[in-house]
Design a binder for this molecule. Structure first.
Ligand code: GDD
Ligand code: MN
Length: 368
């Protein structure tokens, strides 16, 4: 019988989306840092990148490298990719890092040392303490990151012990990850925050400073959608799951629809001089249609309707919103008749209709 291979002690989990220019460079750098230190493997979790990232990793694995690729088809998402990578190994220690070489792999040995200290579950590589830095970010990105960090602290007390809860670079004991796994939301970019907020007991945390490097190849995937997802997740965590992240996005879409409605009404009635009833009717239709489009591309983008299905969805959405509007008027009138003032009555109607629209849309329009 051949001697059993040395069991892997460390798995480095690397989510990728179009990182063909970076992923094997990272593999080589991990060899330089980890070979001889610990038996390790690198698990790339790729979301069907068009640039052939997964094929490159497979070829390297066939060539004998200690890398492998978990392929996901028809799904996207940094956090959920990381979760699946963590679940795909038996290694007792996990390191999560980006593929784009912005995370400095040379601090991993120090992270492993700190994780070995008694009582430690998690070691975060931080840009915000003890000599760490965000490198050459511009003022806007630095301010944005600070703001998001501050919101995270506000939302999840568990993250207060972490100077950089937005970090995508950390080491965690497999046991601690598995204990948090059933509660993870898996949405968006912020897996560390998700883990800290989902752990059944407070994690023993240490931090290791590093300097965030500049991205040399490929593009960042951080965009407005990612930011909205993040805000949704903060609400979901803070409300212990009672307010789903998707409802927050649905609500933001509704507010946007209100702006669209008022703009159309103003344009048709005040500027173009059309009658009020006609203007208001057109404004309702335009706002419902724009809400449908925004929900289809944001709130429910993982279940996006296309072609004829989108047309059918739009009609169902009109029906849902129409019914919601009736319930809005009903609830508001009831509250008003029972002594609530106009503001409370109006808001009660809007709230009930929003919950109704959300529930019905999730169930019948974007049933997934
Ligand atoms: N599988 C998968 N699916 N991977 C993804 C996806 C996705 O939908 N979106 C992004 N990635 C991968 C990228 O290929 C990269 O390896 C990593 O996730 C980070 O994406 P970037 O687009 O480079 O993000 P960033 O530089 O703005 O921010 C990152 O670094 C921050 C600092 O540590 C993120 O990891 C943040 O979470 C982190 O805080
Ligand atoms: Mn990056």
């Amino acid at each position: 019988m051949p001697a059993p291979a040395r069991p892997v002690a460390l798995a480095v989990i690397v989510p990728t989306w179009n990182e063909a220019d970076n992923v094997l460079v990272l593999a080589r750098r991990l060899h330089e840092t980890l070979d001889g230190l610990v038996p390790w493997e690198m698990i790339v979790v790729d979301d069907d990148s068009a640039d052939g990232t997964a094929d490159l990793v497979d070829a390297a694995a066939l060539g004998g490298d200690t890398v492998r690729c978990v392929r996901r088809i028809g799904r996207r998402g940094l956090s959920s990719a990381v979760i699946e990578g963590c679940l795909a190994t038996y290694a007792p220690t996990l390191v999560v890092m980006d593929a784009d070489l912005q995370h400095d792999e040379r601090v991993i040995p120090r992270m492993l040392e700190r994780l070995a200290e008694p009582g430690r579950d998690l070691v975060v590589a931080t840009r915000y303490a003890g000599g760490g830095s965000t490198g050459d970010w511009n003022g806007a990105r630095r301010a944005g990151s600070r703001l998001a960090t501050w919101m995270a602290r506000l939302a999840t007390p568990a993250s207060q012990a972490i100077s950089d809860p937005m970090s995508g670079f950390f080491a965690i004991r497999r046991e601690a990850f598995l204990a948090a796994a059933p509660n993870l939301s898996g949405a968006g970019f912020k897996i560390l925050l998700d883990i800290a907020a989902s752990a059944p007991r407070p994690l023993g945390v240490a931090e290791v400073p590093y300097t965030f490097r500049r991205r040399e190849a490929g593009e960042s995937k951080l965009n407005a959608t990612v930011v909205l997802d993040y805000i949704g997740m903060i609400f979901e965590k803070r409300s212990a799951g009672r307010i789903p992240a998707r409802f927050v996005l649905f609500g933001v879409t509704g507010l946007l629809g209100l702006v669209v409605h008022m703009a159309v009404l103003y344009g048709l009635n005040r500027v173009a001089g059309l009658g009020f009833e006609l203007s208001q009717t057109v404004a309702v239709l335009v706002a419902m249609t724009s809400n449908f489009l925004v929900n289809n591309n944001l709130t429910y983008r993982d279940r996006r309707l296309r072609g004829m299905a989108a047309l059918g969805g739009l009609l169902k959405f009109y029906l849902v919103c129409g019914t919601g509007a009736l319930s809005n008027v009903g609830v508001a009138s009831f509250a008003f008749a029972h002594g609530s003032n106009w503001l409370v009555s109006g808001l009660a109607g809007v709230f009930v209709a929003s919950v109704f629209n959300f529930a019905m849309s999730s169930r019948y329009v974007w049933s997934g």
